[in-house]
Design a binder for this molecule. Structure first.
Ligand SMILES: [Zn+2]
Length: 317
């Protein structure tokens, strides 16, 4: 079974050609899947050349369960949840999302989720030696490398580190990001976390998530047509945070740590400034949450319960 969006068309075709004797089912909620199916069918048919315009003709079935054809899954995609989602993870600083929900993002990605990350501040205060201007460039590069490693789109809001507020300007900027990312699920900070920027980030995710759907709020893009479910991620070391839901990240912890390692300047800064090995700390927290959840490693979350935006089903991967 292959979920789109997920592997590229070329990857799918290659794998299907290698294993013609197995069934493959393609699932998507994308309207253009019918053209993709036709392309794949033409690619599989030996000796057949595409007629001009043939790929532009939709095949008749345009429902969710679209097509069955000889081919192979070949671990190109995996489906554990019925629908793939668009996920937007919002972090105050360039490494927060990696630290607090990286394993969940990888898990969702493996199931076909389309993941975006929004970094709210520029990270300019996070070093003892490197001057702020230079540091912003380094931290943005690190965030880009981390997002690339995950396969996520990165939105860099650029608010001043240590001075993040839920003010009109920042709220509108984040609403614009939400309109571009069109998330079904937003993951952001706990309003109870240790850092003032994290607390402001929690407020911004709440407020911007709401106004993104209002037509009269102008941001440069049309209003989103639906609200996203909002989840808070864990606090640093879990202080004051009682998870309502857990995500088993036993299979994605290694990738989470690799993604976090892309923030080289921070791994060093946290050693210098706070005397901690952030990679070790993150693994320990995942193990602790794992004990709570009855798995090896886990991440914890809380649903932000709001009128009109409470899912009646499991949303996290
Ligand atoms: Zn932070």
């Amino acid at each position: 079974m292959v979920l789109f969006p997920g592997p590229t068309k070329a990857e799918t075709m290659r794998a299907m050609k290698r294993h013609r004797d197995q069934l493959v089912e393609l699932l998507t909620n994308y309207g253009k899947i019918d053209m993709l199916c036709l392309d794949l069918a033409l690619g599989l048919a030996p000796g057949r050349r595409k007629a001009k315009g043939e790929c532009d003709s939709p095949i008749p079935q345009a429902s969710r369960r679209l097509w069955t054809k000889s081919g192979n899954l070949d671990r190109m995609g995996e489906i554990l949840r019925e629908d793939a989602m668009k996920v937007l993870a919002i972090g105050a600083h360039p490494d927060d999302v990696e630290i607090l929900c990286g394993g969940t993002l990888f898990r969702g990605k493996g199931k076909g989720d389309q993941v975006s990350i929004c970094v709210l501040t520029d990270g300019s205060a996070g070093h003892k030696v490197i001057p702020p201007k230079e540091l912003v460039k380094i931290r943005k590069r690190e965030a880009e490398a981390a997002a690339k490693f995950l396969g996520a789109k990165l939105f860099w809001l650029g608010a001043k580190d240590e001075f993040l507020f839920d003010d009109e300007e920042t709220r509108l900027k984040l609403a614009q990001v939400i309109r571009l990312a069109q998330p079904d699920l937003i993951i952001s900070h706990s309003a109870n976390d240790y850092h003032h920027d994290h607390q402001a980030g929690a407020k911004l995710a709440f407020s911007a998530g709401f106004i993104a759907s209002l037509k009269h709020v102008k941001t440069g893009s049309p209003a989103s047509n639906h609200g996203a479910y909002l989840y808070e991620m864990d606090t640093l070391t879990g202080i004051g945070f009682e998870p309502m839901e857990y995500v088993d990240i036993s299979g994605s912890l290694a990738n989470k740590l690799k993604m976090l390692s892309k923030h080289k300047s921070q791994v060093k800064w946290l050693k210098d400034h706070d005397g901690i090995d952030i990679l070790e700390m993150v693994e320990t927290q995942a193990k602790f949450r794992g004990y709570q959840a009855g798995v090896k490693y886990a991440e914890g979350f809380r649903l932000v319960q709001r009128w009109g935006s409470n899912p009646g089903k499991r949303v996290l991967p």
